[in-house]
Design a protein around this ligand. Structure first.
Ligand SMILES: [Zn+2]
Length: 352
C-alpha cells in the first residue's frame, strides 16, 4: 500500500516547476500531474532515482534520468513519506541494484583490511578521510552542532563586544600564521547547560569551533589563553581529526559510503559516535603544535597555556568535589587530560 506525496517536478527541459504527486508502486516511482497541470505522467525505476541525503537542514531534491528532478514542498512530509518507502536502508537498496558499487566497495574493503594489518588503523583512516569530500565534513558538523545545542548548550551570555574582540583577535592570529592559505573556520559562542561542559572548546568537522563562556571567564581579562585553546582547536580542524576518528570507528561503513557517494547514514550517526570518542595522543600533540605555531605568530608566550592548564585542573577538582561529571563529550578540550608531557611541551616552547 503506497501513499502519495505532493512535490514540485522539473522535467529537465525547462526551468518551470510543475505541481506533481509522487507514488511508489513496486520498484517504480510514478510522477503524475496535480490537478490543473498537464504534463505526461512519468514512470521511473527506483534504481534510476538518485535520492537526496537526509540531513537535518536543507531541502530534498531527488534526481531523475535526463536531467529531470523532483523537489520536496515540505521536508518533514517528504522524510516521513520516504521512510514509509523503506528509504532508511538506502545504501543497501542501492547496493543490490548497483553491482559496480558493490564491486568497488568490496575492493576498497579488501584493500582497507589488508592495509589495516600492514600499517594499522590510523593510517587507513587518514587515507579514507582524504577520499571524503569536504562538504560531508560540513554536514556532519552541522548535525553535531544541532545535536549538542539541544542537549549540552545554551546561547552565549557574553556581551557581543567581548565575542567580537575574541573573534577578531583569533582571525588575525590565523591570518598571520597562515598567510595566503587561511584555513576556513567559524567561531560559535555558547554557554554550557547544567554545568556539564564547563570551560571548554570543541572543534567540529567542517571547521566550526564552539567556545564556552565559562572558558572565556576562567581567566578573566586574559584572552591569550583563550587564543591558545582556539589555536589547539584549529589544529584539530586543519588535520580533520574528528572526521578521522569517525572513520576509524566505522571504517567499513565509510568504505561503503565512499564507494557509493552516500553519506546519509554516517552523518546521522555522527553525533552519537563523536560524543563517545576521544582523540589519540598523536592528535593532541599535533593540535598543541598548531597552538604554539599560532601563538608565536602573534607574539603570545606559550607559557599562558601552563597557567591555563592549572586553572582547568582547579576547575576539574571542584567539579569532582561537587560530584559532577566533566566528561560530557569526549572530543571537548577539557576531556583531554593536561598530562605532564603536554605541560612540559608548552613550557619548552616558551623558552625555545
Ligand atoms: Zn584537543
Amino acid at each position: 500500500m503506497s501513499s502519495a506525496l505532493d512535490a514540485r517536478f522539473f522535467d529537465g527541459r525547462s526551468s518551470r516547476p510543475h505541481a506533481a504527486r509522487l507514488h511508489v508502486q513496486g520498484d517504480v516511482l510514478t510522477i503524475t500531474p496535480a490537478p490543473g497541470e498537464d504534463f505526461a505522467p512519468l514512470r521511473v525505476p527506483l534504481a534510476q532515482v538518485r535520492w537526496p541525503e537526509r540531513t537535518r537542514h536543507g531541502g530534498r531534491i531527488a534526481q531523475l534520468p535526463q536531467g529531470a528532478s523532483v523537489q520536496a514542498l515540505d521536508v518533514a512530509a517528504w522524510d516521513e513519506w520516504a521512510a514509509q518507502q523503506g528509504r532508511a536502508e538506502s545504501w543497501v537498496v542501492r547496493a543490490q541494484q548497483n553491482w559496480r558499487g558493490v564491486a568497488l566497495a568490496l575492493v576498497l574493503l579488501v584493500a582497507a583490511t589488508a592495509a589495516l594489518y600492514q600499517w594499522g588503523l590510523p593510517w587507513v583512516a587518514r587515507g579514507v578521510t582524504a577520499a571524503i569530500p569536504l562538504r560531508v565534513d560540513a554536514m556532519v558538523g552541522a548535525e553535531v552542532l544541532a545535536s549538542i545545542d539541544e542537549s549540552l548548550l545554551l546561547p552565549s551570555a557574553l556581551p557581543p563586544a567581548d565575542q567580537e574582540r575574541i573573534r577578531r583577535a583569533f582571525a588575525q592570529m590565523v591570518q598571520t600564521a597562515h598567510p595566503g592559505d587561511v584555513p576556513s573556520w567559524k567561531l560559535e559562542f555558547r554557554r554550557g547547560r547544567d554545568k556539564k561542559l564547563g570551560p571548554n572548546a570543541l572543534a567540529l568537522p567542517g571547521g566550526t569551533i564552539v567556545l564556552t563562556d565559562e572558558l572565556v571567564l576562567l581567566m578573566p581579562g586574559n584572552d591569550e589563553a583563550v587564543l591558545g585553546v582556539l589555536g589547539h582547536e584549529l589544529g584539530h580542524v586543519r588535520l580533520r581529526h574528528a572526521m578521522r576518528q569517525l572513520v576509524q570507528v566505522s571504517a567499513v561503513g565509510f568504505a561503503v559510503s565512499v564507494a557509493f557517494g552516500d553519506y546519509g547514514t554516517l552523518i546521522g550517526s555522527a553525533p552519537v559516535l563523536l560524543a563517545a570518542l576521544g582523540y589519540s595522543r598523536d592528535a593532541e600533540r599535533e593540535a598543541d603544535a598548531e597552538s604554539v605555531r599560532l601563538m608565536r605568530a602573534v607574539g603570545i608566550s606559550p607559557r599562558v597555556m601552563v597557567a591555563f592548564f592549572e586553572a582547568i585542573e582547579r576547575w576539574r577538582s571542584e567539579q569532582k568535589r561537587a560530584g559532577l561529571d566533566d566528561d560530557a563529550i569526549g572530543l571537548a578540550f577539557s576531556s583531554h587530560p593536561a598530562t605532564a608531557e603536554r605541560i612540559a611541551f608548552f613550557k619548552d616552547a616558551a623558552v625555545n
